[in-house]
Write a protein that binds this ligand. Structure first.
Ligand code: ATP
Length: 361
């Protein structure tokens, strides 16, 4: 059954179009993560679903009901914010039961709902405390608990883990995934953190400049990005891009020539290429190998910098004339991610190799 249906939604602020023709159908029980760079419109879209922001045109349906003009409190949603938004003068239990109290539920009913949420979130020991007596992670769990007690049709999360440190974020990611499995509720989650998107989502929605670039399961988007934006956005370190020209084309096959004699043959392109096309070749850092003799495609470069991350090594290689385009660092060096620890001397010359089947066009 469809839980949330977004139909032709536009949001304009004067002449600025924050959301352009958004169409998305979310099934009941899905964990949908909306990702995109700062300003892409993800918070605006979440607020539109919540009713905290009106839409300029289009329709929003929740469980088959048109809620486009319905007040936030009447939409059957509960939202968890980055800032927690807890009441400082109330205890954890009072904060968690607040929504139900406002809805005029009985004390007995509220107590049961709060106890259930506290058990799920392991907050039983904290119920009598006030927010300032809690850690950041516990505060965010209280905010999630407040959403759970209301038994909403849809949970909305707006960057809920951004204020937590890295270790706690990792732990909370696991807790949120577990919570989703336990409750089976529809969850819509906004983040700019692609790791959160890749690990928690049943489907990822990639947004850019107010438009949906691609929707799909995390590994599907990672393996089959529909365009340059998605290819460059998902994956860290970012995919290496190199400019090239199609020199031979036949059916779904093509040969692409880049600078410094690099030439790559593709045999199953999704979109056929034509001779003379200017194209961008993409190769993920983890698909580049260094000084590995057994490979068809190779080019050489100079090591600029090596980062040792413990279980892997990231090597930045300057391949001179063969430069990458549109990289994160603004430089034209290649990024290679090696799955072990190997020392590379700065300024030494290395040979980079990869397989044609790992390259994108
Ligand atoms: P971030 O990750 O930085 O929070 P976001 O993707 O959530 O970014 P939104 O907050 O949805 O971005 O904003 C989308 C665009 O709409 C931004 O360019 C923003 O400046 C603009 N915008 C948001 N609210 C308003 C407003 N009230 N008036 C004018 N422009 C706005």
């Amino acid at each position: 059954m469809t839980s949330v249906e977004i139909q032709n939604v536009q949001k304009h602020y004067g002449s600025f179009h924050a959301l352009n023709d958004i169409n998305l159908s979310i099934e009941e029980g899905e964990f949908v993560v909306m990702v995109g760079p700062s300003g892409c419109g993800k918070s605006t879209l979440l607020k539109a679903i919540a009713g905290l922001e009106s839409v300029t045109s289009g329709q929003l349906m929740i469980k088959g009901r048109d809620v486009t003009k319905v007040e936030p409190g009447e939409r059957g949603i509960a939202m968890v914010f980055q800032s927690y938004a807890l009441y400082p003068h109330m205890t954890v239990a009072q904060n968690m039961g607040f929504g139900l109290r406002m809805a005029g539920r009985s004390k007995a009913e509220i107590d049961v709902a709060v106890a259930r949420a506290a058990k799920i979130l392991r907050l039983e020991e904290q119920l009598g405390k006030r927010p300032k007596q809690l850690s950041g992670g516990q505060r965010q769990r209280v905010a999630i608990g407040r959403a759970i007690t209301r038994s909403p049709d849809v949970f909305l999360f707006d960057e809920p883990l951004s204020n937590l440190d890295a270790a706690l974020r990792t732990q909370m990611r696991v807790e949120l995934s577990t919570l989703h499995a336990q409750l089976g509720s529809t969850m819509i989650y906004v983040t700019h953190d692609q790791v959160e998107a890749m690990t928690m989502a049943s489907r990822i929605v990639v947004l850019n400049r107010g438009r949906i670039e691609q929707v799909g399961a995390p590994l599907d988007l990672y393996s089959n990005p529909a365009n340059l934006f998605v290819a460059g956005f998902l994956g860290a370190p970012r995919m290496n891009f190199v400019a090239g020209t199609v020199v031979e084309a036949q059916g779904h096959g093509a040969r692409v020539a880049c600078a410094a004699g690099l030439s790559v043959a593709f045999d199953d392109l999704v979109v056929p290429a034509a001779k003379g096309d200017m194209v961008t070749l993409g190769i993920r850092p983890e698909k580049l190998r260094i000084d590995d003799a057994v490979s068809a495609i190779s080019f050489s470069g100079q090591v600029r910098l090596t980062e040792y991350l413990g279980r892997e090594t990231i090597v930045y290689v300057d391949a001179g004339e063969l430069s990458t385009v549109g990289s994160d660092s603004g430089t034209s060096v290649f990024t290679a991610q090696i799955g072990d620890i190997r020392p590379f001397q700065a300024a030494s010359t290395v040979s980079i190799t990869f397989d044609a089947r790992d390259a994108y066009l």
